[in-house]
Write a protein of this length. Structure first.
Length: 415
């Protein structure tokens, strides 16, 4: 296992803290909620101050969930201000490390690789972390927390679960902490990369702590969740071989992608229909060009009022099977989705190779793959001849489906 010196730094209650700085009030002493007041009591709380959190109020809830006896200020979100402050903090990071050793994970969270800087500064990773957090506070007024670990995963989890417990906001984990700290995490959704939907599916297997996953049969997880199952097992054992440079590599090979900006907010239930329809578009293109994909990515963008989202990709055995690509996409979705309104979906198929040969894994049925491919190719022929709406699944008639309208917009006889 690799041994690096990784920091994961998060700006504490970022949106709410910026609004407090603008009002010259202390986020640790006042109750402030960042939300759109025009949406009434159903508005999502994008952020709350640490003082409000201490009263049990959580971010990403609804205004009506805040106890009526709690008085608070509502601040309308101002993304331009948050971006301005974020840029200031990123410039601080770049005073400590080179750009290639910095990964901006989100507007308020970054990873820094200090491995090659310890001798330069003649300091430990912990001491450098203290210097960075002090500089952020002195130059911007923002408070940050930091996790330190031998890889990106353990640095992130240390920050998420332990850093806030300390006055200086810093927690350091090593591989020796995996069994004593990582394995005890419960509920599972407290772990980075396990969302509420994936937690429910893992609970269905009798897995309730990270230790339960670590000690579960890896092959059974892979059978259930594909390559994501194997990654879950590795992460549960504290293993993460990714490095910051992995996030900076531009795609070197051809890829196919498909995106949709949705006409209304979708959620964890009806978005599955959209993902299914989009996978069909991608796999049709793969078949038409006699290609198969070895990397599948899913991007979810949240509603404009919320901002953000997630993108994750998984390397797979080369495939053009709509069934397998859909399984990967839905597993990524279940793993990272956090119950927020969705307005954009993108799917990427990368690492393309010719489909003149393919690899089987132990869990695939060769005859079923051949049968699926023949059926899909027959459907493609009919659609190419009579139009994309000539054959539709019954689900295309549902109100949440966008398949028929999307096909019409393509134009020509195939519309």
């Amino acid at each position: 296992m690799q041994e690096r010196n990784i920091l994961c730094i998060d700006l504490k209650s970022f949106f709410a803290s910026v609004e407090c700085l603008k009002r010259k009030i202390d986020p640790f002493k006042v109750n402030l909620v960042v939300a759109n007041p025009k949406q009434g009591q159903g508005a999502i709380t994008l952020a709350v101050t640490p003082h409000l959190k201490s009263l049990g109020v959580k971010s990403r809830g609804r205004l009506y969930e805040i106890p009526k006896e709690v008085k608070y200020i509502i601040a309308e979100p101002h993304m331009a201000s948050y971006i301005e402050y974020s840029k200031k903090v990123v410039n601080i990071y770049l005073n400590f490390v080179a750009e290639e050793d910095l990964h901006i994970y989100s507007i308020d969270e970054c990873f820094l690789d200090l491995t090659n800087y310890l001798k330069l500064y003649n300091k430990t990773d912990y001491e450098i972390a203290q210097d960075i957090l002090n500089t952020i506070y002195n130059e911007t007024g923002l408070t940050a927390t930091c996790g330190i670990g031998p890889n990106m995963l353990l640095a992130k989890v240390a920050m998420d679960t332990e850093a806030k417990k300390y006055k200086n906001g810093i927690a350091k984990w090593t591989y020796a902490d995996v069994k004593t700290k990582l394995w005890s995490i419960n509920p599972l959704s407290k772990m980075w990369s396990i969302g509420p939907r994936m937690e429910k599916r893992l609970n269905g297997l009798g897995l309730y702590t990270i230790g339960d996953i670590a000690n579960y049969d890896k092959n059974k997880l892979k059978d259930k969740f594909g390559v994501i199952g194997e990654e879950l097992w590795l992460h549960a054992n504290g293993i993460d071989n990714s490095v910051i440079s992995d996030w900076k590599e531009a795609p070197k090979d051809l890829s196919y992608s498909h995106s949709q900006v949705l006409f209304k907010d979708y959620n964890g239930n009806n978005i599955r229909l959209i993902i299914t329809e989009m996978v069909e578009v991608i796999t049709k293109r793969l078949r038409e060009n006699h290609k198969q994909t070895g990397l599948i990515g899913l991007n979810i963008g949240y509603s404009k009022n919320i901002g953000g989202g997630f993108y994750h990709s998984i390397k797979t055995v080369p495939t053009k099977s709509s069934r397998e690509i859909l399984r990967v996409c839905l597993n990524i979705f279940d793993r990272y989705y956090t119950n927020l309104p969705i307005r954009k979906v993108s799917i990427v198929a990368g690492r393309l190779t010719d489909d003149d040969s393919f690899q089987l894994n132990l869990f695939e049925d060769y005859n079923k793959i051949v049968e699926d491919n023949k059926l899909n190719e027959t459907i493609d022929e009919v659609k190419n001849k009579y139009g994309k709406n000539s054959i539709l699944k019954a689900s295309a008639l549902l109100d949440d489906s966008t398949a028929i309208e999307r096909n019409k917009k393509i134009g020509g006889h195939n519309a």
